[in-house]
Design a binder for this molecule. Sequence first.
Ligand code: UFG
Length: 330
Amino acid sequence: MKLMVVGGAGYIGSHTVRQLLGAGHEVVVFDNLSSGHAQALPAGVPLVQADLLDPAAVKTALETHQPDAVVHFAALIEVGESMRAPARYYRNNVVGSLNLLQAIVETRKIPLVFSSTAAVYGTTDAVPIPEDAPLHPESVYGETKLMTERMIHAFHVAHGLPYVILRYFNVCGAAPDGTIGEDHPNKTHLIELACLTALGQREKMMIFGDDYPTPDGTCIRDYIHVLDLADAHVLAVEALAGGKQDAGTYNVGLGHGFSVLQVLDAVDEVTGRPLNREIAPRRPGDPPRLVADAHRIVEELGFAPRFTDLKEIVQTAWNWHRTHPHGFEE
Ligand code: UFG
């Protein structure tokens, strides 16, 4: 198959491009490089450097490259920033996705795989969280993802657009060979920050709250390795190509979680450089426990994550950060 990967130069996009190529598919990347990195793409992968906010460019790309399906990652992803700059988030994430949907139905009506997030659930008592849990996003970021999910569904009803929506839990890790990995302009993710702290780029790790109702008092998250997540996209694309007719929304996680302290202990062990730690106040908006009910994707798409050992997950992140302490800007 030929896939157009929108946002393919980003962290998750670039790992997915690799897995798609490895599964024998052809790929063209559409990315505005606002936060992605052309260096993250394997040699020979065509890059259309353009913006989803330019509807003509989107249509031209689909007409020129004639893909069989689209995988859509392109979005702004920072929860805090989304609260300070809502217009940017609604415009980029919602209007950008609307332009893509419109271009798809006007040109080729090909299947779409969309990157959504566990942030659509908001704070919930459900442990683990099933896909049909109530949807109450607490950030503008989560709201833009939910609005896009609903637009996609409306295009499915109105135009027969086939789709799969994947709701990611805490994506982490890197390609084990250390050649590509996480490199966002603003670092907020636990494992990335811990690795950069181990490299001496920060003085200490702040633990945001140790008085949560969890066994060790710190928050629990479902850490899913970026290559397993990339494989979930390959499965989704292949299910759609195989004629999967029913549109599907799937959590992507391991189905069990690790606490902040467990993660930091794993980083200490992997790096051999024990982190300075400090207990800090709770971070606003952090629910105590976010764990996926991942049965649906396992049962319906045959998802079988390979990275289930926390130390192994951290080791892949460390391989990347150790060899690229300043990301792609070496
Ligand atoms: N944490 C710390 N110290 C830090 C950074 C994080 O204690 O320096 C804690 C957080 O408070 C949280 C946990 O580590 O309890 C994980 O935090 P991250 O920032 O790595 O990830 P989040 O759980 O906040 O959010 C991520 C994505 C969201 C997605 C969510 C789904 O960024 O988009 O996972 O579970 F919705």
